[in-house]
Design a protein. Sequence first.
Length: 558
Amino acid sequence: MNNYDFVVLGGGSAGCVLANRLSANPNHTVCLIEAGSKDNSISIKTPALFAFMGDKSKYNWAFLTEPQKGFAKEKSLEHEVAVVDTTGQTHKIKEELEEHRRGYQPRGKTLGGSSSINAMLYVRGHKWDYDHWASLGNSGWSYDDVLPYFKKAEHNEMIDNEYHGQDGPLNVTNIPHKNRFVDYFVEAASKFYKVNDDYNGKEQEGVGIYQTTQKNGKRCSAATAYLHPVKDRPNLEILTNTTIDRIIFEGNKATGVECLDKSNRSFCVGVKKEVLVSSGAFGSPQILMRSGIGPTEELKTHGIDTLFNIPGVGKNLQDHIDYVSVHLHQSTDLIGLSLQSIFFKFPLEILKYLFTKTGQFTSTIAEGAGFIKSSPEQEIPDLQLHFCVAPVKDHGRQFVYGNGLSCHVCLLRPKSRGEVTLNSSDPKDPPKIDPKFLSVQADVDLLVTGYKKMMEIMNTEPLKEHTKNNLRPVDLSSDEKIEEAIREEADTVYHPVGTCKMGTDEMSVVNHELKVHALDNVRVVDASIMPTLIGGNTNAPTIMIGEKAADMIKATWS
């Protein structure tokens, strides 16, 4: 058994940061364990190709949620049932079932985690979010406390001021390809909201264009930024295609990690200092529960002995619920699968990308930004817009012929709370994910308001003339019809957090230093520690969490 000072469980956004920062000390040995494969695919490196990385991709866990009671019912697959007739003979008949719609949860299954398959948008959230964390008893997590770590991580090519970093590993820039339809969106939106060229700066509120984590026209994932430059350090071991089963304890001290290699053979990795659980809002609670850390009743259900009863493990799941309006348009300046694009536009764009790393293939698809208030009485923005230069329907899983555009509206701080539990003690089994989307009526009401505000922009010049072919027009005068559409089609915009929340209450899992309660040397470092969901995309905040945790860990062992 090989022994390491630090064992990092998960090679996602936070895990890559930890591997880099902790192995910078040559006296520390670090092992990074990732269930997915290496991130050396052109589909990862080429920005726009993420939109074609569907639920069959080997880089995507492609989880499904439990049926969501807040979603409409739909017909499920037919299945055979046996019935007995009056003569005693048995017949098989096909029965069509109906159940509430399941949500889709794509997650990165490769080095870089979800930062290797996401839309590359650089968003930090609102100052209020971090001050709120601190107000809940999490000292050291106010906006003033975390801003230095956002700056430490960032190298911003475009903005150089007190809110941005210039020397960090994570490259941030403007989207290389300028699309006229995004300009139409900003112009239309500016008739209702102010234009903001730096939503990560002094003020978040306003509309504009997203910045992106790219460098020289290629994706700058957490693996690209933090892991690849240091992968040859002699004190850093990177294991891929390795499934993490459980953490091994002696008393309340972790001594090792039991894993399975790609041939399903079991082996152990020894731990001398700390285990750092960085497998995300779904993976981290799973690992803790399989290790005997979590709600006793949940563990007993799966035949797992409770080592430490921490009832909050897997609870407090929060995610951004989102609705998309999709519009077809014949322009090949928009991305889509049409004969014109496939045979005329794409060949030219491929050549442009190969030789200059510019053009449509550098697109983040979601390019237009909006952080707006549902009403003037709101203190801070409570709705976010993603304007897309492609007709994206059902996360891209539903084929749409033709070019087009779409726009998302999501709730920044939904009230609904869900949970992540186990399907079994088998580490190969997916988690049981139940976000309980739209379980609080206030979330439905706010999303109805958000939809109307989004469509107000989409129906305003100069955008209006390009949005006439709406794939699902909804009567804007009927809140009931809008709610019906939301319950039939709304879903995540990919920001699950909170399942190992930081805090001091009885449902918290880690303290302000991210140490798991009752354990001597285990921390959770990823988006699962967020006590509340931040007002924006979660990749940059997760990298910030990794940076801050690395400094806390180094201070402990200095």
